[in-house]
Design a protein around this ligand. Sequence first.
Ligand SMILES: Cc1ncc(COP(=O)(O)O)c(C=O)c1O
Length: 425
Amino acid sequence: MSGRLHIPPPFQEREGRLYLDGLDLVEIASRYGTPVYVTSSGRIRENYRRIYSAFKERYDNFSVKYAVKANSNPHIISVLAEEGAGADVSNLNELLIAEKSGIPAKQILMSPNNLSREELAKASSRGVAINFDDIGQMEIISDSLPSLVSFRVNPGIGRGEFPGTVTAGPDAKFGIPEDHVIEAYRKAKDHGVRRFGIQMMTGSNVLDSGYFGAITSKLFDITRRISDHAGIDFEFVDIGGGFGVPYRPDEKALPIDVVAGEVSRGLKDKFASVGKPLPALFVEPGRYLVADSTVLLGRITNVKSYGKTFIGTDVGMNTLLRPALYGAYHPVSIANKLDHEAKITADVVGQICENTDRIALDRRLPDVEEGDILAVFNAGAYGFSMSNQFNGHGKPAEVLVSDGKDKLIRRRENIDDLLQTVVHD
Ligand SMILES: Cc1ncc(COP(=O)(O)O)c(C=O)c1O
């Protein structure tokens, strides 16, 4: 086996170098410096259109609410706003960023988790629908509730790529357990709310196509019980995000047509069987829309080999946290040596004073030297948005590529940015 990486679309190999949309990414790395996240707006549009049409063809009253936490750069949200996406936001700042990026409040659903009454009230006053995570969070703003209210239900089951990305089930901090959710809707009704939705978000990066139909069916059973006992109908049913993307070479893409078919058919049949009008269907993908649109480029700064080989780079857990946080896998290669045979097995590590600062473990790579360019693929979701300033590093730059042109959409942070919020005597 050569050990050479299959370059995932939209990226390409040309004469041993990594390209995107006709642009040489090694040249991009030298022009903008490293580390730099480089995103294809074309790929985001393709991902959006694939999931949107899969559902829309089968379920007319359907919308996509982009989970802006996956990547909240306004230039990237704007691409999705142009496609017609709404937004899933988790707090007031994400809400303001989504609005600034061109998504109107009426297309935004806010799913807060333990926010203050002040923040909740401010969000409500902007006219967004709120999907409360608990009865208490609804009650603290009972005098200023939005007209459309939903609750995040914990259906008792969850699934995710890692234990840390399972967001429902007995141990989850999110949502209201099934047997308490009727009370939530009764109380909201007592506070004068007349328009309702229901939401669940049970976990992230699920590649099992059968899972989404199964949890939707479970959610429908819960809506029935609420309708019967609280006497309400639902304007929307929101099955959350969680649509997986392949990270490892042996993983297959999620067949989104199959997922959309099972979810849509299930909802249509079940609502018809009880003689109720079909509610709107929302999904909240984050990862599915942006993960594979982006490569993170870094520079090799050192190679250390006394037994085990460590490839030192300027990309670490401060730039891309997922490997250290969950043990997540990202494909890596050397952007200026794509046609070189793999000769070494190494851990790719960063500059951070933590032994967990590893981007990739035991990877087969070509011989590398200082100055080579590292490419970390599938870095568009929870990449920049989870980056941090630990060890005095500024956050990386972001570049957007559209129709063969590159544009800086966030400059790299410098020492002044690191000190900006410090109060001087
Ligand atoms: C409420 C909510 N919706 C949507 C998402 C997006 O999940 P994903 O990126 O897996 O699609 C998340 C992620 O944590 C979430 O918390």
